[in-house]
Design a protein around this ligand. Structure first.
Ligand code: BTN
Length: 259
């Protein structure tokens, strides 16, 4: 599947929309790569803030070993290289910061499904995969932008901005908008910790107030999501009292067809 759109002239077009100081000031565009995360990982000459973008990925990677479908010309498949001087346990919080940036940039009622899926309505429009390698953080972001249709097996879970709004989006402008949102949020995160952002994250989090089952971090835990901790954990009210979940896969009643 491809999108019947003009090619994204990323290098020129993104730069004209950028308001950042150091994020995405080195943009590397590819027609096709296996994965932009892998590309960023291997670019030893790239510095903090470098952005890697591909028009299509042949082996796009998702969380938990899943693959990420990245059809040509339909979406934004990009990876941001970061070299933060922070404790390793804070690195996963960068994913939450990236999620907030995407949410702000997309608008259109986009919300965050904890920890880092972006949804519009009940379906996923963006996924984020943050990896840590050799002292560098690679934050990979996949946004379904102008996708017209998804394979049958994904159609109850996945959506695109086009399918939700009926309008085509300029991918270069949206890429720059995400970067423009990311830089100030990331700077606040570096100086003030995730606590400086957790109120806004909570306000954008569709998981809050819903019934949730979290798997993947030991025993499954179910309860009602009631809050976000200052370090990005999910507060669940369970029948055995309050629990703080710091990682795992959250199934949220009402989202992705879970009833
Ligand atoms: C998920 O929700 O499972 C995370 C999906 C992350 C996909 C993006 S697309 C750009 C970057 N390159 C990859 O191979 N994966 C991430």
């Amino acid at each position: 599947m491809t999108c019947p759109l003009k090619q994204m002239d990323t290098m020129d077009n993104i730069t004209q929309y950028l308001t950042t100081g150091y994020i995405a000031r080195d943009v590397r565009c590819f027609d096709e790569v296996a994965s932009t995360n892998t590309e960023a990982k291997h670019a030893r000459d790239a510095q903090n803030g470098a952005l890697f973008i591909a028009d299509t990925q042949t082996a796009g990677r998702g969380r938990l070993g899943r693959s990420w479908i990245s059809p040509k010309g339909c979406g934004i498949w990009m990876s941001l290289l970061l070299t933060p001087d922070i404790a390793p346990e804070r690195i996963p919080q960068i994913t939450l910061v990236a999620g907030m940036s995407v949410c702000r940039a997309i608008g259109a009622g986009a919300m965050i499904k904890w920890p880092n899926d972006i949804v519009i309505g009940t379906k996923k429009v963006c996924g984020i995969l943050t990896e840590y390698s050799g002292g560098r953080v690679i934050c990979g972001i996949g946004i379904n932008v102008n996708t017209r249709a998804f394979p049958e097996e994904l159609s109850h879970i996945a959506t695109s901005i086009y399918l939700q709004t009926g309008r085509e989006t300029d991918r270069a402008a949206l890429t720059a908008a995400v970067m423009n949102e990311f830089e100030p949020l990331y700077d606040r995160f570096l100086s003030g910790g995730f606590a400086a952002l957790s109120d806004e994250y909570k306000a954008r989090c569709v998981t809050i107030g819903r019934e949730v089952t979290v798997t993947g971090a030991g025993e499954a835990v179910s309860g009602t999501a009631t809050g976000i901790t200052p370090d990005g954990g999910l507060v669940l009210d369970t029948e055995n009292g309050q629990k703080i979940i710091t990682s795992g896969e959250a199934s949220v009643r009402g989202i992705y067809g879970y009833i």
